[in-house]
Write a protein that binds this ligand. Sequence first.
Ligand code: HEC
Ligand code: HEC
Length: 439
Amino acid sequence: MMLPPENTAMHLFSTRFRRRAQATLRLFFVSLIPVAAVVATELEPFADSPHRVGLADSRIGYESEAYRTDSKVVIEVSGIRQALDKLSSETPLGLPAVGEGAKAAEIDLGRQLFFDRRLSANDTLSCAMCHIPEQGFTQNELATPVGHQGKGVRRNVPSLYNVVFVQQLFLDGRESSLVEQIWSPLLAHNEMANQDRQSVIAKIATIETYAQQFEGLYSGGLSEHSLGLALAAYQRALLSGDSDFDRWYFEDGALSIDHYSTEAALGFALFQEKGCIDCHQMGDNVSLFSDGGFYNTGIGYLRQQRGVELDKVQLAPGVYVVPLVSAETETFIDDGRAEVTGQSEDRWQYRTPSLRNVAITFPYMHDGSLPTLESVVAYYAGSGSEDPLQDVRISDMTITVAEQQALVAFLRTLTSNQVDALVSDARSVQIGERGAAGL
Ligand code: HEC
Ligand code: HEC
């Protein structure tokens, strides 16, 4: 049996929250439909179809009452399973080699777990509800996500495309292993809110189909480590290179392909000239558009200037709530890299994000405060913020309006040819039986 559409995520919200937001709940329900956006059932072959990323709402005009969603509800398994084990062992154009990929069965198990709401304490929230496949494995519609019982999470959701290449995970780089990383969302009280590692394992062990798959795949069966291995196997397979830019720049006969626009080519020249490439680094034959380093772009300072305003979450057009903040941790203060190093000069530094697929992973920056690529480039063009600790390379930038347009045109050519296949593959998963909590 399939789980019903993901609108049961409404259960995330506590009674207290519900009272507070009663009037907005109907609209909130509408806003969840895009969260459950899905590939159309009649999928065409990928090669000659444009990217289906428009399934996620564009958010243009989102602040207006007249806004209407374009998204569709998940009703049934609607995607087409791809051979991710094979795809991920053949390195896509423009990406570094990854070595031997995981076995198909391990990826399949990881995929099921990634979509399973039973991984959260009250069976409402899956990894995929924050890392939404149709929305670039991030969330296009919320600057920062809402987790367990309506509690707010302070940072924008990073895309999981090409996460295998990220050495220091999380925007402050506090984790180095994808296998260990899962415990952060699984246990965070404002994300999936499980009590402890043992309770997660005990719950999954009661689900017969999982217990069997773990037995078959790992010598010790289900354990804290093998749960991490399975989820990592799926995420490592989310490789996406082979963009228009890669075909123009890295392929034989490069720079001659006529589909690449003059404006994008100019944008790429500016990308180098203006020093973007210093941090969004490229190699000779491959490129992640990130050096993996941590820098202060001035956004943390702006966030502090704006104060709590920014922590409002927009649930539906014109409808804002301030998510619940519990006493346990809690402030939305975010010092970035300094939280890991303890060095005050690292305050408001965040990892340079890859720019691959950047056109589909809006909104931008660690707090999701910039809604469009145009606004990011305009931010750089305005030399960032007033933060005295901001990286000097940003404080020095001048970029004309025409140059900004060219830079955006270039950034839009970084969307991978694999995106549609990975979205479709994601929605090929059949998740368990009706959940223990009667979902
Ligand atoms: C409530 C929303 C939410 C849920 C649920 C969630 N994540 Fe995330 N995820 C985030 C946010 C926000 C971050 C960035 C956090 C930070 O930098 O401190 C993140 C970061 C990550 C990263 C690091 C990516 C990078 O580029 O550094 C990985 C990997 C990841 N999540 C995987 C998962 C997996 C696997 C699950 C399910 C077990 C999951 N997430 C559940 C919101 C969520
Ligand atoms: C000093 C290093 C540095 C330079 C120079 C730099 N960036 Fe960035 N860029 C970053 C960091 C760090 C972030 C993330 C900031 C944050 O999360 O608050 C970022 C974020 C971005 C984003 C948003 C990506 C996302 O997923 O949120 C885009 C787009 C971008 N930069 C493009 C550019 C362009 C275009 C230039 C040149 C005009 C440039 N960057 C110059 C370090 C840099």
